[in-house]
Design a protein around this ligand. Structure first.
Ligand SMILES: Nc1ccn([C@@H]2O[C@H](COP(=O)(O)O)[C@@H](O)[C@H]2O)c(=O)n1
Ligand code: CDI
Length: 156
């Protein structure tokens, strides 16, 4: 088959004590995201989608807590390495589409900047959308942030 897709998702709770890193950008004035890494849920969902499409498992099986060298890793570093591992299998990266689910930060005003940063890390187009959950659930209550992603790989 010349194409395969993969799906990913991630959730992190907000942590006021941490700086916010999301979609490979800093978000001054926004609560950070808890995690073993920098908590960049958008980057993590994209990694899971790419790794899954490539038949390489997921973020935890590649960079999990049993691998202390990845503690504190940036979303950017995880995207770069996930994309490298996927290409190593012989697949090429077509594109990745990510959706952030949460009240803040507001993605719209910085969408182009975030897409550029994520695309550079992956080496293929990454597009970013966002939605709230209309005040419902943990994202609606502002307890945390979720992200989902799909990735397309093709035979070069
Ligand atoms: N973190 C977010 C959430 C939403 N947006 C933008 O707002 C639009 C309206 O959101 P609804 O959940 O009310 O549909 C959404 O389509 C996004 O354009 C955002 O930028 N960042
Ligand atoms: C990225 C990893 C590894 O540093 O840790 P977290 O930052 O906690 O992120 P999560 O998406 O919950 O799980 C994958 C991980 O193992």
């Amino acid at each position: 088959m010349p194409f395969v897709i993969g799906h990913g998702s991630d959730v992190h709770r907000f942590d006021d004590e941490r700086p916010c890193r999301l979609a490979c950008l800093d978000w001054p004035g926004v609560a950070g995201l808890a995690g073993h890494s920098d908590g960049d849920a958008a980057a993590h969902a994209a990694c899971d989608a790419m790794l899954s499409a490539g038949g390489l498992g997921d973020l935890g099986s590649n960079f999990g807590t049993s691998r202390p060298e990845w503690a504190g890793a940036s979303g950017t570093a995880l995207l770069v390495e996930s994309a490298r591992r996927v290409r190593e299998t012989g697949w090429a990266l077509g594109n990745v589409s990510v959706q952030v689910i949460g009240n803040h930060p507001k993605i719209g005003p910085r969408r182009a900047e975030a897409e550029a940063a994520m695309s550079e890390a992956v080496g293929a187009p990454v597009r970013l959308s966002a939605t709230t959950t209309d005040g419902l659930g943990f994202t609606g209550r502002g307890e945390g942030l979720a992200a989902t992603a799909v990735a397309l790989l093709y035979q070069p």
